[in-house]
Design a binder for this molecule. Sequence first.
Ligand code: GDP
Ligand code: CA
Length: 319
Amino acid sequence: MRIVALAGGIGGARFLRGLKDVVAPGDEITVIGNTGDDIHLFGLKVCPDLDTVMYTLGGGIHEDQGWGRAEESYAVKDELAAYGVGPSWFGLGDKDFATHIVRTQMLGAGYPLSAVTEALCDRWQPGVRLLPMSDDRVETHVRITDADGTRAVHFQEYWVKLHAAVDAEAIIPVGADTAKPAPGVLEAIAAADVILFPPSNPVVSIGTILAVPGIRQAVASAPAPVVGLSPIIGGAPVRGMADKVLAAVGVEATAEAVALHYGCDLIDGWLVDEADAASVDAVTAGGIRCLAVPLLMTDPAATAAMARAALELAEQVRA
Ligand code: GDP
Ligand code: CA
């Protein structure tokens, strides 16, 4: 079976680990990763979501934090700070720096991001084929108004530095309109037996991937069933501030509203948490097959059960 998943960072990566636990030997998983969170820091190209997927599936992730490397040190960051060189709000550890150095060096030598990602995965052996959504530069910006006036800031500045404490007025995936899907992306979607939307951020992770011209259309017209899992439980994100970016696109932070935001043109099935069982009827009325199951990735067994439920729902849709 060929499974394609669109993924952001932590929510996507953790779900993919559960998915790997339940697929049969010989099944192929292709992950299309969000690169709208990418940022240039200290002259280096940093791809937070691709790296979170790669480290999580490759066994190098800092488990409690959910991003960055395990057993990390921060000597380089401290030295940069001693020179007064920022930003200081973005956590880059020494081991992580090496990844960004290799990536930047290869990009500078002319390799596209997809080839660089493949080379990095050669070391980590994530057990999936990890493709960036695009080789072209896309950067999500957020329009805010604060004491400094109305301005657009890089998504990382909004999320990590400002902790999404001010309202997001608009989400702009800069460069997405002219980006091309990376080699293999459209082909994987067209050839998939199942397409999954993990419980990733619907706006700045999955939404950004879908904003690359051709990808939304490919998913919508793919013969495979498309099944998503809600990142919102009981009216709030399980982790992070997804409610802030949902508000910016006029979507309520509920499992039901996110499903209807994707819509029946795009997804065929949707899993909500048992806490949101009351929303199953409304999602179903929207033309999307919906089930309530436990959706908290508390441990590997619970996460694997979510992946199994998603694959089973895909089979029901197909039948
Ligand atoms: P990011 O790029 O690191 O923000 O990661 P993603 O976009 O892949 O995922 C972020 C989303 O994962 C957030 O909106 C969370 O609500 C969601 N999430 C995190 N842990 C869980 C969980 O255990 N269950 C569910 N259903 N969603 C989760
Ligand atoms: Ca992200």
